[in-house]
Design a protein around this ligand. Structure first.
Ligand SMILES: [Zn+2]
Length: 328
């Protein structure tokens, strides 16, 4: 079957993942992953991106002529009509107003479309992941930060300036809340991200509470409290980590309830590094906190709060779906 293959790209601060995706089934036919090396700047990273895409095509054994186009998830605001990256904080200033779409089109001779990485992840989960079959859903990705995407009536909702879905910056504790990366106080991201859990743990240790986290960090030769380290300490019964995780789960529940009260979706799909590591059980306290705060209490549990189903692939599959929807 020709003309059903699309390339999905997940352009991350740490790694680049490119995949050839069968847009009929959502299946990844071939993929390639490598380090981003953001210090090379926008042109250097784009060259690496082209090589990564070429490797994914080679691995897939799909004929180039059968590939319709390329979709890319970018970690920052973009202009979908021009293919320009507006800004990319974690990749560096050379990405300001960078013409990624046009540059790649020239190098690969394939049409290119871009969107925000979490919007693209939401599209992937809606098409082939945990959100499949729901016409209205919200995706929330909990990692270093907290991002999201909104699907309304089976379409990605972008807003009037392509800024919709910034669920991480819903303010859930304005007074006395911790400072968020965006400059405001008490955003959900500052209360339920992986960095928030890390901060709770480090604050408790600084206040004299005893925890095994410093020992685990030394053993792992790391300085940052990764999702994996949080999971290890949690499973070992470390009380400081359990309290930190509980606090993050509570605020994630409040965030989920706020999204549900605004949009009344059929499902809220929760993914990202923290969920990948902690598994389904992570969502039980989140559901409890959320259900209590739904304005429409009737059949509250009909609103599904579920873990993302595509794992690392939600970005590339979603980017391929984005390309299918926009380029075909
Ligand atoms: Zn914020």
């Amino acid at each position: 079957m020709a003309n059903q293959y699309y390339i999905g790209v997940d352009l991350g601060g740490t790694s680049l993942l490119a995949a050839v995706v069968d847009a009929e089934s959502g299946r990844v036919i071939g993929e390639s992953k490598r380090k981003t090396r953001s210090e090379l700047g926008a042109d250097g990273v784009t060259t690496r991106l082209v090589e990564t895409i070429e490797r994914a095509i080679k691995e897939s054994r799909v004929k180039r002529d059968d590939i319709v186009g390329i979709g890319i998830g970018v970690p920052g605001p973009i202009d979908p009509t021009t293919g320009v990256v507006v800004r990319c904080e974690n990749l560096g200033p050379s990405w300001d107003q960078y013409e990624l779409g046009r540059t790649l089109d020239t190098m690969l001779h394939l049409p290119v479309t871009l969107d925000n990485d979490v919007n693209v992840g939401a599209l992937g989960e809606h098409a082939f992941g945990a959100g499949k079959g729901y016409s209205d859903m919200v995706a929330i990705f909990v990692g270093t930060g907290v991002g999201g995407g909104v699907i309304i009536d089976n379409h990605l909702y972008s807003g009037s300036r392509n800024s919709a879905g910034e669920v991480g910056h819903l303010i859930v504790q304005a007074e006395g809340g911790p400072r968020c990366n965006c400059g405001q106080n008490g955003c959900a991201e500052a209360l339920c991200s992986r960095l928030a859990i890390e901060r709770y743990i480090l604050e408790a240790i600084a206040a004299g509470e005893s925890s095994i986290v410093p020992d685990i960090l030394v053993q792992a030769g790391r300085e940052d409290v990764s999702a994996n380290i949080i999971g290890t300490a949690y499973e070992a019964g470390d009380q400081v980590t359990i309290a930190a995780v509980n606090k993050a789960q509570f605020y994630l529940g409040i965030l989920v309830a706020s999204c549900v009260n605004l949009l009344d979706p059929q499902a809220v799909v929760v993914g990202g590094g923290v969920l990948e590591r902690m598994g389904d059980a992570y969502l039980e306290p989140v559901r409890e906190a959320a259900y209590q705060r739904f304005i429409n209490h009737a059949a509250a549990e009909e609103v599904k709060i579920v873990r993302a189903g595509l794992g690392d692939h939600s970005g590339v599959v979603g980017a391929a779906i984005l390309a299918r929807d926009r380029l075909s």
